[in-house]
Design a protein around this ligand. Structure first.
Ligand code: PMP
Ligand code: GLN
Length: 380
């Protein structure tokens, strides 16, 4: 068999979670909460099944849920959003990302991807026989150098993928970043894929700079988010895509034959939850900021150096005071010897810089964070 994806192996998230199991480690690697979704949501899910909502929902998503998503977008980001023509419910953000790329990217196109990047973008680009062109983020704070973005745009550029808050670095866009993105794309025909799955995890009083806030960008953007992140249920795999009608029409052609529809009972549950308890997502920044701050305070007692975390639910640390080895080797050693699973940073890069960084997830119960840090504090 001649593989279509020669550079793809098992994702680092699965690899580290498997090692965590094997070594009975505290798993601070793969990004998922170890606490329960809101009780109302799980009750609404079982009720939906008991009430008989067990057959195909509408392919584009339950109308009541699309209405709630449109309402939330309007309320938070001030963009009027039409549930009928601009919102599609998907099987996680991962499906939405794949469908958006497949909808607009053609063979021979170039897609700008910031480096480092979340790992599902590039294989989806490769499968279109297109080329991912990496634009390095600038150390130490992983900011976008917009001049480098402008320089990377060619006649072949079809799409740029942005991700704020950013996985794995936690960097967030400012309003000036949105303006710079809009400036860079003006007079081009480049579309935008905005991965905003961590939209409710922006800290220290800052606002999430959704491309939905920026009229000029919203006109050319697919905006993707995930209920798995927002409602602590990554295993349910429900997300959505918001895009202007012409882009949504193309997106839905792919979605229709990729999955056709998304798990129905969960859609009833999210529609109920969004209508009944909008406070949930409004309180998420404070909820996760509290976890971030508690985790950072504990980490001060370890030999790991903390980088700033303006958004997302990952803490980057520099481990160079412990071992001078590459990050994959270090994470394998850490899970084996210290009993803590982390995620190395190099798999997110096309060209890994010479850094000694790893990623720790703080979407965990306080007891899990404490248990993990107790082990990290023993490092010598
Ligand atoms: N984008 C980013 C940046 C992510 O971190 C994740 C999930 N961890 C996804 C997309 C995929 O989201 P989902 O689980 O809803 O498919
Ligand atoms: N997005 C999660 C992370 O960054 C993992 C999701 C996955 O395992 N596919 O850890």
């Amino acid at each position: 068999l001649e593989t279509k994806l020669p550079r793809v192996g098992t994702t680092i998230f699965s690899v580290m979670s498997q090692l965590a199991l094997e070594h009975n480690a505290v798993n601070l690697g793969q990004g998922f909460p170890d606490f329960a979704p809101p009780a109302r949501l799980t009750q609404a899910l079982t009720r939906a099944m008991a009430d008989g909502h067990n057959q195909y929902p509408p392919g584009i998503g339950l109308p009541a849920l699309r209405e709630q998503i449109a309402h939330k977008t309007e309320r938070l980001y001030g963009r009027a959003t039409d549930a009928a023509t601009e919102v599609t419910v998907t099987s996680g953000a991962t499906e939405a990302i794949f469908a958006a790329i497949a909808a607009v990217v053609r063979a021979g196109d170039e897609v700008l991807v910031l480096d480092p990047a979340y790992d599902c973008y590039e294989p989806a680009i490769d499968l279109q026989n297109a080329t991912a062109v990496r634009v390095p983020l600038t150390l130490p704070d992983f900011a976008v150098d917009w001049q480098r973005v402008r320089d990377a745009i060619t006649a072949r550029t079809r799409l740029i993928i942005v991700n704020s808050p950013h996985n794995p670095t936690g960097a967030v866009f400012s309003a000036a970043d949105l303006d710079a993105l809009a400036d860079a794309l003006r007079d081009t025909s480049v579309w935008v894929l905005a991965d905003e799955v961590y939209e409710h995890m922006v800290f220290d009083g800052a606002a999430h700079q959704s491309v939905a806030r920026h009229a000029e960008l919203a006109e050319r953007s697919f905006i993707v988010s995930s209920f798995g992140k927002t409602y602590h249920c990554t295993g349910w795999k429900v997300g959505y895509c918001i895009a202007p009608p012409a882009l949504t029409a193309e997106f839905r052609k792919v979605h229709q034959y990729l999955t056709f529809a998304t798990f129905g009972p969960a859609q009833w549950a999210f529609a109920d939850m969004l209508a009944a308890e909008p406070e949930h997502y409004l309180q998420l920044p404070a909820f996760y900021q509290h976890k971030r701050d508690a985790f950072r305070a504990m980490l001060a007692e370890t030999p790991l150096t903390r980088l700033d975390v303006p958004g997302g639910y990952f803490q980057l640390v520099d481990y160079s005071a412990v071992r001078d080895v590459d990050d994959v080797t270090f994470c394998q050693w850490l899970v084996r010897e210290a009993g803590v699973a982390a995620v190395p940073l190099s798999p997110f890069f096309e060209t890994p810089p010479d850094t000694r960084l790893l990623r720790l997830c703080f979407a965990k119960n306080d007891a899990t964070l404490t248990a993990g840090v107790e082990r990290l504090a023993q490092l010598r």
